[in-house]
Design a protein around this ligand. Structure first.
Ligand code: C2E
Ligand code: CA
Ligand code: CA
Ligand code: CA
Length: 279
């Protein structure tokens, strides 16, 4: 199993490293995977800081490759983003996540929101508004059951059309979250300019939180800034109790990370929600 894992890794690395033969093989593989239904979603809970409530869940794509086993998104999403494949994958993810949100709304006493990752290139195509409203009406879902996670890079493009798309999406009750916050060339002014409701503070600020005074200053600063702008904040990649304690002191409203739960299947999530439901 270990050898298989290493070979798989090499295969995808070669493709990502612009080896054209491997690239086109991987592209064909992705194309087939869509047709053969080899993609699936896992869901990772996002918790209130007290660990009592699952406020939302993030949909994270996986690929069960017939020969290579589980393939992680960083091994194929970057390549897909360079071609039209990202649009097909993206549409599949939105549709699957909405079906899941519908089931959740029927099964859970209090259904958490479902957070969907959207690539910048997917957003730039300009049909996101239509796609989302189609899926909402198809599944008779409220917009408020979804969160769209985008990266800072899209906001830095500063295009009128991005602004208009976000406005329309938000007007349907969907929240917009800025993912990996703090890792790009952030210009805080976009938080004022664009209709954004949430920030996700990147894991790289959390890894050394206990030792690193600068990270502490940054994280507590971002948290208080976000709170004064009425933005909801999620801190990503929380792995230790000590990190959680610091984040509690800084007033972080929500956290996500292996400490509380890893990405899991729909069935496990439903079980967890039933255990957590107020009696
Ligand atoms: P992301 O959106 O920043 O997602 C968070 C990643 O961190 C996920 O990795 C998650 O499994 C991982 N993670 C969560 N908590 C912890 C923790 O405590 N420790 C550690 N070490 N890791 C943690 P994953 O699932 O491998 O996804 C990687 C990236 O791939 C995502 O980063 C996102 O950018 C992209 N991605 C995933 N699913 C999709 C999708 O459906 N569409 C698009 N366009 N991109 C996706
Ligand atoms: Ca994300
Ligand atoms: Ca992130
Ligand atoms: Ca990330």
């Amino acid at each position: 199993a270990k050898a298989k894992g290493r070979n798989t890794h090499e295969y995808f690395n070669k493709a990502l490293n612009k080896d054209s033969t491997h690239r086109s093989m991987l592209e064909q593989d992705i194309y087939k995977a869509l047709k053969r239904n080899e993609f699936y979603l896992l869901y990772q809970p996002i918790w209130s800081i007290d660990g009592q409530k699952i406020e939302s869940v993030e949909a994270l794509i996986r690929w069960l490759h017939p020969e290579r086993g589980t393939v992680y998104p960083l091994e194929f999403i970057p390549l897909a983003e360079e071609s039209a494949l990202i649009h097909s994958i993206g549409e599949w993810v939105i549709s699957e996540a909405c079906e899941f949100a519908k089931r959740l709304s029927l099964k859970a006493t209090v259904a958490p929101k479902v957070c969907i990752n959207i690539s910048s290139s997917q957003f730039l195509r300009g049909n996101m508004v239509e796609l989302l409203s189609q899926e909402l009406s198809k599944h008779e879902l409220e917009g408020s059951s979804l969160v769209i996670e985008i990266t800072e890079s899209i906001l830095l493009l500063d295009q009128d059309n991005i602004y208009a798309q976000l406005e329309t999406i938000v007007s349907q009750g969907i929240d917009i979250a800025v993912d990996d916050f703090g890792t790009g060339y952030s210009s805080l002014s976009y938080l004022k300019k664009y209709p954004v409701q949430r920030l996700k503070i990147d894991k790289s600020f959390i890894d050394d939180l206990e030792e690193n005074k600068e990270d502490q200053a940054l994280v507590s600063g971002i948290l208080s800034l976000a709170s004064s702008l009425s933005l909801k904040t999620v801190v990503e990649g929380v792995e230790t109790q000590a990190q959680l304690e610091l984040l509690r002191q800084y007033g972080s409203p929500m956290i996500q990370g292996y400490l509380l739960a890893k990405p899991m299947t729909e069935d496990l999530l439903i079980t967890l929600l039933a255990e957590k439901a107020p009696k």
